[in-house]
Design a protein around this ligand. Structure first.
Ligand SMILES: NC(=O)c1ccc[n+]([C@@H]2O[C@H](COP(=O)([O-])OP(=O)(O)OC[C@H]3O[C@@H](n4cnc5c(N)ncnc54)[C@H](OP(=O)(O)O)[C@@H]3O)[C@@H](O)[C@H]2O)c1
Length: 327
């Protein structure tokens, strides 16, 4: 197979496409011919040597893909050779073939083309597991999504809006704020020039938001807690603003609020399979009826993976960046 290899930790220039042995399906696994994969911020960290793959995972980058089932391992009954699917991966997506535990496969949502389906597994599983399974966002509640124009953000806005919640979001430019509004954000806040806590208070008559999906971590911890309503839930999924901060517990007590942080990649296979099943049940129908669509900034051949990483590092994109091994 063709796969992206990190020759040594470093910048986008260390990413090289090489021939590697094809993966074989182990018991309970499926091998896919990859049609598309997508870039995640974790891939940039792994390339730099800061985010090693979990034990047993491929050291090829790539946390999601779409493709066609090429082989099934012992004990796999649900999938057959030729099925078109997308998959949540612990690694290995930046390649023309990948082995995946069968529970992490999902059918391609009805009406969606195979390559675009590569842009969905990571955002759909992250948003559904955090905003809905963990934070329990309800239709009569408000959600603040930081980084609304990113991969996670564009998906979170659409799903929460489709399910009836009021959505507030932050983004870094007028064009990105406009994209967020077009996806269903009720309030779009420019994080460079506006104070998001003030804007949240203004938009909620001082009440605050019920749930926050946060990618910034330490830098926003205080302000996020200030922006929470009574019994609000802050779910932290990223550390783009650092990992260590002081927490004012008295505000949390007063608000009876919760701070939760999770990561998807290191979860056991069974938990990932349960999340994938919930996504297929709850999110795929929204994609099929057109309420939610993958927002793909650009699709590049696998050989241009370095360019894709540089684009994400500069936040030059909106939504997802897809790579295609076959072109
Ligand atoms: N824990 C997990 O399981 C998990 C899973 C997937 C992703 N993540 C994390 O989730 C985060 C988003 O991932 P992604 O794939 O959506 O990446 P992405 O497409 O690169 O989006 C990053 C976002 O960060 C925003 N941003 C930068 N500085 C900001 C600031 N000061 N305030 C508010 N937003 C700011 C960017 O906004 P502009 O472009 O508008 O400037 C952009 O929307 C990453 O940190 C990623 O590592 C975690």
């Amino acid at each position: 197979m063709r796969a992206v290899v990190v020759t040594e930790p470093g910048g986008p220039e260390v990413l090289t496409v090489r021939d590697l042995p094809d993966p074989e399906p182990g018991p309970g696994e499926v091998v896919l011919d990859v049609a598309g994969t997508a870039v995640n911020r974790a891939d940039l960290l792994q390339r730099q040597g800061h985010y090693p793959p979990p034990p047993g995972a491929s050291d090829v980058l790539g946390l999601e893909c779409s493709g066609t089932v090429a082989a099934v391992g012992e004990g796999v009954e649900r999938w057959q050779v030729g099925d078109e699917v997308c998959a949540l991966l612990a690694g290995g997506g930046y390649a023309s073939k990948v082995a995946v535990p069968a529970g992490q496969l999902m059918p391609v949502p009805e009406g969606l083309d195979l390559v675009s389906a590569a842009a969905l597994p990571e955002v759909a599983c992250t948003v559904w597991s955090n905003v809905f399974m963990v934070a329990g966002l309800r239709a009569d509640e408000t959600l603040l999504v930081h980084g609304g124009a990113g991969g996670i953000g564009t998906h979170a806005i659409q799903v929460a809006h489709a399910l009836g919640a009021t959505v507030l979001t932050t983004a870094g430019s007028a064009e990105k704020l406009e994209l967020c509004r077009s996806l269903g954000a009720d309030v779009a806040i420019g994080y460079r020039e506006q104070d998001f806590v003030e804007e949240v208070r203004r938009a909620t008559d001082g009440r605050g938001v019920d749930v926050i999906l946060d990618n910034m971590g330490a830098k926003y911890l205080d302000r996020n807690i200030d922006a929470l309503a009574l019994e609000g839930r802050l779910v932290i999924i990223g550390m783009q603003g650092g990992a260590k901060a002081e927490l004012d517990i008295s505000t949390l007590l007063r608000k009876r609020a919760a701070v939760i942080a999770t990561t998807l990649r290191s979860r056991p296979t069974e938990e990932k399979a349960a999340i994938c099943a919930a996504v297929v049940e709850h999110v795929w129908p929204l994609v099929a009826d057109g309420a939610v669509r993958p927002i793909v900034h650009t699709t590049l051949p696998l050989d241009r993976v370095g360019e894709a990483h540089a684009l994400m590092a500069d936040s030059g994109h909106s939504g997802k960046i897809v790579l295609t091994p076959a072109s």
